[in-house]
Design a protein around this ligand. Sequence first.
Ligand code: G3P
Length: 217
Amino acid sequence: MKLFVDSADIATIEKLNHFGVVDGVTTNPTLIARSGGELFPTLKTICSTVDGPVSAQVVATQSDAMVREGEKLAGIAENIVVKVPMTWEGVRACSILSARNIHVNVTLCFSANQAILAANAGASFISPILGRLDDIGNEGVALIESIRAIYDNAGTATEILAASIRSQLHVTLVAEYGADVATIPPRVFEQLSHHPLTDAGLASFLADWEKTGMSIG
Ligand code: G3P
C-alpha cells in the first residue's frame, strides 16, 4: 500500500519525506488554510519536495469553473492531481479533465455508488472519507472493502485512496481491505514506526553490546 501525507505543511512534509517512505501528498482547502501559505507557491514547493502525486483541490462548485481551476492547478507541476468533490458537477469536471489527461482525485466519497460514478468518470483516485463516517457511527473501513470488491469485479484502474485516517488501526485495516493508498495525517504517520517492544528491545540490545566493550568501527 502506498503512503501519502495528508498535510500542506511544508516543514512537516519535508521531515517525513526524509525517511524515504512518502509516496505522495494530499491537500484540501482546510489544510491549505491551516498551513498559512499562499496556494500556488505552497503547492509548487510540495511538488518539488516529493516525487509522487500531490492532490490540489478546486474550490469552484460548477463544473466549467472546476475545469478552469483544475487546469490552472495542473499547470503548477507534472505531479499535481486535481481534486474535485463527489458531486454531479464534480463528476462532469472529472470526465472533462481526465479526457484531457489530467489526473483527478474525487474526494468526499461516502458510498460505493459514488465510487462507481468516479471510476466511470475516469478518476485516477477515489477518496473514501473514513473518519467522518466513523464520526456518525458508521464503519468507515467497510466502505473500502466494498469499493475494492466492486472495482476488482469491473477491473477498474481507479486507485482507492483511503482518507480521513484517524489511527494506526485505520492504516492497518485499509491495507488489509485492499486500499491502494492511505493518506495519513502527520500525527498518525509519525506513530507508524513506534511500538514499546521495539524501543525496549533496542535498549536491551544496546545495553548488552555496551558490556562487550567492542565496536563495529
Ligand atoms: O481531504 C480529505 C481528508 O483530508 C479529510 O480528513 O480528518 O478532515 O476528516 P479529515
